[in-house]
Design a protein around this ligand. Structure first.
Ligand SMILES: C[S@@+](CC[C@H](N)C(=O)[O-])C[C@H]1O[C@@H](n2cnc3c(N)ncnc32)[C@H](O)[C@@H]1O
Length: 197
């Protein structure tokens, strides 16, 4: 069975099961493997549109969930949303004002790709750095962080930076990722805490 057929199956499965995108299965797999979310965890989801991860998160926690995206996120019951850039300090401030405790930061964000490999890789790494900074600003010590990244020359440096901030860091390639993609997730557990200058 070819990979194209496999992709179609995941796409149609997501439609059939009422998920907003096939990405839903990636978070399910990460949760099954790593148990990152518990029932009382407040979650902040970066790059959350159209919202399939938010749908899964709603089934995993009874606490609050905030989804953030450059694009509007169509209403989902029990989910708060912010339309904005994760790099905007006002967005960080808004999250802090809305949640006393953030236990989990999840990021499936991806920049628009140009097709120029070096340029795209640099933009992905830049976004990853912004996501890590965001997580370190809002997470409680002991909190968990999951971030989508891509294998490339700068990846080891970013991975090492995650290891400086979390006690347990692993990578995960999900089954629903398109064949041939260099996409992978970093699963970083147990935030060490903000570095005191
Ligand atoms: C692959 S989609 C996320 C899919 C989502 N996890 C789901 O399950 O529906 C990537 C999203 O990242 C968002 N994004 C990219 N850069 C961003 C940024 N700087 N700030 C906020 N959102 C961003 C895009 O607008 C896009 O909606």
């Amino acid at each position: 069975m070819g990979s194209q057929w496999g992709q179609d199956k995941t796409y149609f499965r997501a439609k059939h099961e009422g998920y907003r995108s096939r990405a839903a299965y990636k978070l399910m797999e990460i949760q099954t493997k790593f148990g990152i979310i518990r029932r009382d965890d407040n979650i902040v989801d970066l790059g959350a549109a159209p919202g399939s991860w938010l749908q899964i998160e709603r089934t995993l926690t009874d606490a609050r969930i905030i989804g953030i995206d450059l694009n509007p996120i169509a209403e989902l019951e029990g989910i708060e949303t912010i339309e904005g850039n994760i790099n905007d300090p006002e967005v960080v401030a808004l999250v802090k004002s809305q949640l006393d405790v953030v236990s989990i930061v999840l990021c499936d964000a991806a920049p628009k790709l140009s097709g120029h490999r070096c340029y795209d890789q640099a933009r992905i790494m830049d976004l990853n750095q912004q996501e890590l900074r965001f997580a370190c600003k809002v997470l409680k010590p002991g909190g968990n962080f999951v971030v989508k990244s891509f294998q490339g020359t700068d990846f080891p440096e970013f991975y090492a930076e995650c290891k400086k901030n979390f006690y347990a860091v692993k990578t995960c390639m999900t089954k629903s990722t398109r064949k041939g993609s260099t996409e992978l997730y970093i699963v970083a557990k147990n935030f060490i805490g903000p570095v005191v200058p």
